[in-house]
Design a protein around this ligand. Structure first.
Ligand SMILES: Cc1cc2nc3c(=O)[nH]c(=O)nc-3n(C[C@H](O)[C@H](O)[C@H](O)COP(=O)(O)O)c2cc1C
Length: 171
């Protein structure tokens, strides 16, 4: 893995996926970049208030109907990397619209991909990983599902190491 150029790209609204993405990037000495919506809709499953409630409805509707939203232009060209690791939260068992937008726009430029998710459910979100694969047109080298509670408790680094070791064992 040491001579492989790796890019870690993630979307995060309430910070869990950002924490994992940064730890993976650190462990792989990779470049890291965040997917940003042009018009953000911050949504937190444990958040409060009318705005959060409205945004939850919005992001779930967009995820369930397989839509994309405008995202800001990325600084990193995935074609410059051997592997692009893409991380996302799970919304209603589905792929959030900003990540679908990234995969649709940049997926064809990725040589190899790997996926990770963060969610409340500890089980791997197989349906969402299939949606990611379809949106970028490539099967992932490896996938990994991180649980939100463990991320918030700071108990996720062993799983990051295990994921990195699987990526590193790829030729
Ligand atoms: C609108 C919404 C829907 C969600 N749906 C699910 C779900 O179906 N399954 C699940 O495991 N987690 C679900 N979650 C929890 C998030 O996936 C989890 O909190 C994730 O770590 C958030 O990532 P972030 O902090 O990087 O934004 C949902 C969260 C939101 C806001």
């Amino acid at each position: 893995m040491s001579n492989k150029r790796v890019l870690v790209v993630f979307f995060s609204s309430s910070g869990n996926t950002r924490k994992v993405g940064q730890a993976i990037a650190e462990g792989l000495s990779a470049t890291v970049e965040e997917i940003q919506e042009v018009n953000p809709h911050p949504a937190d499953i444990r958040g409060k208030g009318l705005r959060n409630f409205r945004n939850m409805g919005y992001v779930v509707f967009y995820a369930l109907t397989g839509r994309t939203v405008p995202i800001k232009a990325m600084q990193q060209d995935p074609a410059d990397y051997d592997l692009v690791v893409i991380g996302t939260p799970i919304y209603a068992s589905s792929l959030p619209a900003p990540v679908r937008a990234y995969l649709t726009q940049y997926g064809a430029k990725c040589k190899e991909v790997a996926f990770f998710s963060t969610g409340l459910d500890p089980r791997p979100p197989r349906r969402m990983f299939r949606q990611m694969e379809k949106a970028c047109g490539k099967a992932p080298q490896a996938v990994c599902a991180f649980q939100a509670d463990r991320i918030q408790a700071g108990d996720f680094l062993p799983q990051v190491q295990e994921f990195i070791s699987r990526l590193s064992s790829e030729p």
